[in-house]
Design a protein around this ligand. Structure first.
Ligand SMILES: [Zn+2]
Ligand SMILES: [Zn+2]
Ligand SMILES: [Zn+2]
Length: 121
C-alpha cells in the first residue's frame, strides 16, 4: 500500500488530533483532581468557622451570644454567665472580672460585654 502525500498528511493530522484529545483528557483529569483537593480544604475552613461561632450563654454553635434567642435579656445572660463562673467581660472562666479590662463597646461600662451590658444604650 502506497500512501499519497495527502494521505500522509491526513495520517499526520489524525495523529495530532489524537495527541490533542489525549492532552485535553489529561487536563480534565488534572482539573478534577484539583477540585477534589480544593473541596475538603473548603469544608475544613467552613468547619473551623463553625467552631469559632459559639454562643457563650446557651453554648450552641449555631450563633454568637449577641444573637441568642434562648437568653435574650442582659439579666438572663448575666445570670447564666455567673452560674458557670464566667467573666462578664471576656467570658473566660479563669478571669477575675474587671481584671481583664474589658468594657462595653457601646457605653464603656467596665467589665461587661456589649451583648449583656446592663448600661443604658
Ligand atoms: Zn445562644
Ligand atoms: Zn474577663
Ligand atoms: Zn453598655
Amino acid at each position: 500500500m502506497v500512501l499519497t502525500e495527502s494521505a500522509l498528511i491526513k495520517e499526520e493530522m489524525r495523529g495530532l488530533q489524537q495527541t490533542v484529545a489525549d492532552l485535553r483528557q489529561e487536563i480534565k483529569e488534572m482539573k478534577e483532581k484539583r477540585e477534589k483537593m480544593v473541596l475538603p480544604a473548603r469544608a475544613i475552613a467552613a468547619a473551623r468557622k463553625d467552631v469559632k461561632k459559639m454562643c457563650a450563654y446557651c453554648t450552641k454553635r449555631s450563633h454568637f451570644g449577641i444573637e441568642c434567642k434562648t437568653y435574650t435579656s442582659s439579666e438572663q445572660r448575666i445570670k447564666v454567665l455567673t452560674r458557670y463562673g464566667r467573666c462578664l467581660g471576656c467570658f473566660r472562666k479563669s478571669c477575675k472580672n474587671l481584671a481583664c479590662g474589658t468594657r462595653c463597646n457601646e457605653c464603656g461600662l467596665e467589665g461587661f460585654n456589649q451583648a449583656h451590658c446592663p448600661g443604658e444604650h
